[in-house]
Design a binder for this molecule. Structure first.
Ligand SMILES: Cc1ncc(COP(=O)(O)O)c(C=O)c1O
Length: 360
């Protein structure tokens, strides 16, 4: 049998947040940036009604009703939307559609690990952009200095995961106006719903009409609580949508996912409550860290990246044995850091107690 192409073996298999040592107690999962409240009750009703009726028929391959709902909610043209099995699928589809072997793709250092996997899976070459300073910020100049004649694409986690910072409106505008239009700019806005507290943030939809090389990917996994349903969407120029639609699986979003997505968008009050809770408890976490002299990377998302020099592994195990699962950052080679998602009040209170014990 022929071997897989060589770049496949440069990929380290993705390690999910719920893969933990046997002695861990699964009480509070703060490892996967999920919505601690689940999804809106409207979603559960829609799913139950669907399961009772038509599981035997194929989905609408064009997700027409869902795309209309997304269009109306986000003020994005219906024909410029494609839905996917999580935004992750869309990130992969862009790589498969646009990249050839040896093309270079810019990825911010510590960027979401799926970018590297998508790039290597088509034998293209990831080129990492270094971040600077204590908060590991990304600058337009460092991005531009990494561009070569072989650069075809940039994946920008916007805001980042696990580094929660982002290019503000001014910097993003400069980047989009300066990069050659032959380079596709993929703005991965999986956490955009949490960015309402930042005036200088834009997910970037407004750039697409004038700059058809810009694509914005969005997720239903975070603020909408649909991570298990697998649903994301992408806004892009006509030509990009047309190309991606040619290669995506015809039924890449299930009927269940489409119903769930519409119902989630029918209950934006649930999203608002989730986001408000997240900001409140992330700030409380930051305060506990600050008063305990523990440094962290400030952000607006539903997680915080926290630095425990030389003691991250010890604290990870200690938390795990006490019922709190957080995410080690070894796959990003950030061995001094743990990424902690914002959970329920109960989970956060338990976490604060453990931080106090750890600091004693
Ligand atoms: C930055 C970023 N982009 C994309 C995704 C993928 O989201 P989805 O569940 O929609 O595939 C994640 C998930 O953790 C993420 O952190």
């Amino acid at each position: 049998m022929k071997s897989p192409h060589a770049s496949i073996y440069q990929i380290s298999p993705y390690v999910a947040g719920n893969v933990v040592p046997a002695d861990f107690v699964f009480r509070h999962n703060l490892a996967s940036n999920e919505n601690p409240f689940g999804a809106s009750p409207a979603v559960h009703n829609a799913i139950t009604a669907y399961v009772k009726s038509s599981t035997h028929t194929y989905p609408d391959g064009n997700a027409i009703k869902l795309r209309h709902k997304i269009s109306e909610t986000f003020n994005v043209p219906f024909q410029n939307i494609v839905c996917g099995c999580g935004s992750e699928e869309l990130l992969h589809l862009l790589a498969r559609t646009y990249l050839s072997p040896a093309d270079e793709v810019l990825i911010p250092r510590y960027g979401f690990s799926v970018y590297n996997i998508a790039v290597l899976s088509v034998s293209a070459v990831p080129v990492f952009i270094e971040r600077e300073g204590e908060h590991k910020t990304l600058s337009v100049s460092s991005i531009l200095s990494a561009v070569t004649p072989k650069t075809r694409m940039i994946y920008l986690d916007h805001p980042g995961n696990p580094i929660g910072n982002f290019l503000d409106y001014e910097a993003l505008t400069t980047l989009i106006q300066t990069l050659p239009s032959s380079i596709m700019i993929v703005l991965d806005a999986a956490y955009a719903e949490y960015m309402n507290v930042s005036e200088s943030y834009t997910a970037g939809h407004e750039f697409i009409e004038i700059h058809p090389n810009v694509v914005v990917a969005r997720s239903f996994s975070k603020a909408y609580g649909l991570a298990g349903i697998r649903l994301g969407w992408m806004h892009a120029a006509d030509t990009v949508i047309d190309a991606v639609n040619r290669i995506r699986a015809p039924f890449n979003t299930s009927t269940l996912a489409q119903h769930a997505g519409i119902s989630a968008l029918n209950d934006l009050e649930f999203v608002d409550k989730t986001v408000a809770h997240t900001h409140e408890w992330r700030q409380k976490l930051n305060m506990v860290l600050h008063t305990s002299n523990i440094s962290f990377i400030p952000c607006c998302t539903n997680f915080t990246l926290v630095c425990f020099p030389d003691r991250a592994t010890e604290f990870y195990h200690s938390l795990g044995r006490n019922g709190i699962i957080v995410r080690p950052m070894t796959m990003y080679k950030l061995t001094d850091y743990l990424r902690i998602s914002v959970g329920t009040e109960e989970a956060m209170t338990a976490l604060f107690e453990q931080i106090h014990v750890f600091k004693k």
